[in-house]
Design a protein around this ligand. Structure first.
Ligand SMILES: [Ca+2]
Length: 683
């Protein structure tokens, strides 16, 4: 209970005829003031004593409500795949974003605010306050994932709930779709939305040869699938999310609340609502950005209408950079290099705005390093809570930055992970890349010269925000200092493999996925999935999609098969595409093993053509060492940069390689001959 509240009650009983004025939601009492400037506090009658007794009763009853009112509300709005240059406050002249423009005028822009390069790790960071690698969610999860957000982690919702907050998640979740991974098991009172990306729905009719166990796109209420979302249905998602969010805000206007609103927009496929489709001059993507802006406006208007503006912190940000390879369905990173899926700034630096009219400075920008894992400690601090002492987190309380008390980042360094691979570090203006980086998911960069070893590359982001000029040669002392920071992180989370600071993910033995009641697949389909080592049931031409394929991200691989070729060229097995993956294939009759990591290609090949029937084994070891053996005898060795950093989005194919091929071969022509005893061990 506040002194102002005490004065209010006192004045109300002692001076019933005095006028009381309120400003917004604050108890700004204007009470009679004596000539010395003190609030009149004399009391001496029986009536006053009685009034005080009543007052004490009132205070006891209302103290809980008063304490609740002193805690700020939090609304965290997340766009999906929106680029740094996609909204007006960050320089877009293409997309009309009047509500975000106003939000920035009334709030603070964060211009060096970091997320992870893709959806799942970014959301894991927001929810746990940790680098995604620390909580073992460094890669995008597929539907029916066997891993997800561990219930051992303390989530932002759980910690705020402990502070008396009402909590709701509305929108895209994507840190696991088994029941134990859903929002309602992680501190959210309720949930409404898609459990993962809007391009991850399985088809209703299966193509021949596919063994599909991916559910059609599910819309989930708490823990139940309530609808299968059709493409037309996707058009209404932004509107429905907004309605659900506003309903929650209205229903909890008197209690402190935390609303997490991660939009499905503007991730492909692009589905603006009917009121926005075709209305912007710049196409569907722009239409959808404008609908997100509308939604932000509705949230802010509602907060104002309910008189909550003075005690509500609203944040807008995105989960990763624009998916550049999607052409006109992609956003832009403005002045930044690269996009989604990469660790250049364009992949991970997000357009971020904080709004809280009475607390956050108006109209300015802060360029200090901050990250989405800072929300957890910051919100908990602003809510008056403390962090649990048990598990280490990476986020820091950035409320001094938010409240305009400093322009200095609390972070000595920020680390850039792609999957499990630590690729770069930033400290102040300096960014050191310690591994080859991708320009983005599906982006074909200039073929790297893999024969040439990578040398650390230094950028001064203050002078070169587009990461064009390597200044490592001019600043060896900076390179050395940043290499020291990399070594520190290497000792904690590991450089490519997992270090001692990595905690296990949540796991389920039999992931089924989210289906409408009664529509889950039959047991034999599931059994085929779980018995991943019996891939030998597959035939040439068969395909497993990414959910069914061996989960290979960050794992050592052993691939084996018996082969009887009838033609000199052909793919034996391929998993992945032009970004991540591996393939075992024949080139001119000679077996070859190819690994693709973040775009880089390494291929090793036998020197001789083997016998008509042979047993082949290919291995990718933890340190990236590659080995190819024929009939038990090693015939080729090589070195990849490390383990395959992310689970490939593309299919696992036997006897061909559909879509974008992993290697430089013709993947469409089916293998001629026989392939048997196929086995992939990922560990
Ligand atoms: Ca995303």
């Amino acid at each position: 209970m506040t002194p102002a509240f005490f004065l209010f009650c006192f004045a109300a009983v002692k001076m019933p005829k005095s006028k009381l004025w309120f400003s917004g939601e604050r108890l700004d009492l204007i009470a009679p003031i004596d000539q010395a400037g003190r609030v009149a506090t004399r009391f001496h009658s029986k009536r006053t004593i009685l009034a005080l007794l009543v007052l004490i009763g009132v205070l006891v009853v209302t103290s809980l409500a008063a304490e609740g009112a002193s805690k700020p509300n939090f609304i965290l709005i997340l766009a999906d795949d929106m680029g740094y240059g996609d909204i007006g406050p960050f320089g877009s002249t293409k997309n009309r974003t009047p509500n975000l423009d106003r939000m920035a005028q009334e709030g603070l822009r964060f211009t060096s605010f970091y997320a992870a390069p893709v959806c799942t790790p970014s959301r894991a960071q927001i929810l746990t306050g940790c680098y995604a690698k620390r909580v073992s969610l460094p890669n995008v999860l597929s539907p029916a994932a066997a891993i997800g957000l561990s219930t051992n982690e303390h989530t932002i919702a759980e910690l705020l709930k402990a502070q008396g907050y009402a909590t709701m998640a509305v929108g895209k979740w994507h840190v696991g779709d088994a029941p134990e991974f859903l929002p309602t098991r992680h501190g959210f009172d309720s949930y409404f939305g898609l459990p993962y990306s809007n391009d991850m729905g399985g088809p209703a009719n299966l193509a021949k040869g596919r063994r599909q166990r991916r559910p059609p796109l599910p819309l989930v209420q708490n823990e139940q699938v309530i609808e299968t979302v059709t493409p037309e249905g996707q058009n209404r998602l932004t509107e429905r999310y907004t309605e659900a969010a506003l309903k929650f805000v209205r229903e909890h206007k008197d209690a402190p609340f935390f609303l997490y609103l991660p939009h499905t927009a503007v991730h492909v496929p692009i589905h603006p609502g009917d009121r926005f489709r075709g209305k912007s001059p710049n196409g569907l993507y722009s239409d959808w950005v404008e609908e997100v802006d509308w939604s932000v406006g509705r949230v802010l208007d509602t907060v104002r209408e309910l008189g909550l503006a003075e005690r509500t912190l609203v944040i807008f940000t995105s989960d990763n950079g624009p998916w550049l390879s999607q052409g006109t369905n992609a956003g832009v990173a403005g002045p930044l290099r690269g996009g989604k899926g990469g660790t250049y700034e364009g992949g991970v630096r997000e357009p971020t705005i904080a709004w809280w009219p009475s607390k956050v400075p108006h109209g300015g920008a802060v360029d200090a390093i901050a990250a989405n894992f800072d929300f957890l400690p910051t919100f908990v601090s602003l809510a008056g809570g403390t962090l649990p002492p048990d598990d280490k987190i990476d986020g820091l309380d950035i409320s001094p930055l938010l409240l305009g008390r400093t322009k200095e980042s609390p972070h000595q360094a920020h680390y850039y992970f792609s999957g499990n691979a630590l690729q770069a570090v930033r400290s102040g203006p300096w960014k050191l890349a310690v591994a080859r980086q991708s320009e983005g998911l599906g982006k074909t960069a200039a073929a790297p010269d893999t024969a040439k070893p990578f040398t650390p590359t230094l950028y001064n982001l203050d002078e070169d925000i587009g990461e064009k000029r390597d200044v490592a040669g001019q600043h060896p002392e900076v390179v050395k200092r940043l290499q020291g920071l990399v070594a520190q992180m290497g000792a904690d989370l590991g450089l490519t493999a997992t270090g001692p600071g990595v905690r296990p993910p949540g796991r389920v033995a039999h992931a089924v996925g989210l289906w409408l009641p009664g529509q889950a697949p039959a047991a034999d389909v599931l059994a085929a999935h779980y018995d991943l080592q019996s891939l030998d049931k597959l035939e040439i031409g068969d395909v497993l999609d990414q959910a069914e394929a061996p989960q290979i991200a960050g794992k050592a691989l052993t691939i084996s098969a018996e082969v009887s070729p009838e033609a000199p060229d052909g793919v034996i097995i391929a998993q992945g595409g032009s970004f991540n993956g591996y393939a075992v294939h024949l080139r001119g009759g000679k077996p070859a093993f190819t690994v693709r990591e973040a775009g880089d290609l390494v291929s090793i090949s036998a020197a001789k053509t083997p016998a008509a029937h042979f047993r082949l084994e290919a291995r990718l070891a933890r340190d990236g060492a590659m080995m190819l053996a024929i009939d038990g005898k090693t015939v080729a060795r090589g070195k990849a940069p490390g383990l395959i950093p992310g689970q490939p989005h593309e299919d696992f194919c036997v006897g061909h390689d559909n879509g974008r091929p992993v290697g430089d071969y013709d993947g469409r022509t089916h293998f001629r001959g026989a392939i048997s005893k196929l086995k992939v061990v990922a560990e």
